[in-house]
Unconditional design. Structure first.
Length: 102
């Protein structure tokens, strides 16, 4: 079993914008090794680009994906496809990323 896991937190920020937070996390020491943030359009092309980015970053490591809808407006590619609970916007987007660890 791998000691690390790749955490991918997808945030629907608006009908126009998606954010991907990628974290390489050590399960044994419970520490973050690396964390990066990427922005994409909330469109079919943007979602395809986001999916490709996840594939490149994941390599052969196990992964966990989380999805949060922070948008206050309807629409956008992912907004139409998902039925998820809306979350209030936190002080830091990394607070939501931290929830993906559990």
């Amino acid at each position: 079993m791998s000691e690390t896991i790749m955490l991918f937190t997808i945030l629907i920020l608006s009908s126009a914008k998606l954010t991907l937070i990628h974290e390489k996390y050590n399960l044994k020491t419970k520490t973050s090794i690396e964390r990066n943030e990427y922005s994409f359009a909330n469109s079919q092309d943007g979602f395809v680009a986001l999916s490709k980015k996840i594939t490149v970053l994941q390599k052969n490591e196990p992964k966990r994906e989380c999805l949060f809808d922070l948008s206050e407006e309807e629409g956008g590619y992912l907004g139409k496809l998902t039925r998820i609970e809306k979350k209030p916007v936190p002080k830091s987007l990394y607070e939501l990323s931290d929830l993906c660890r559990n």
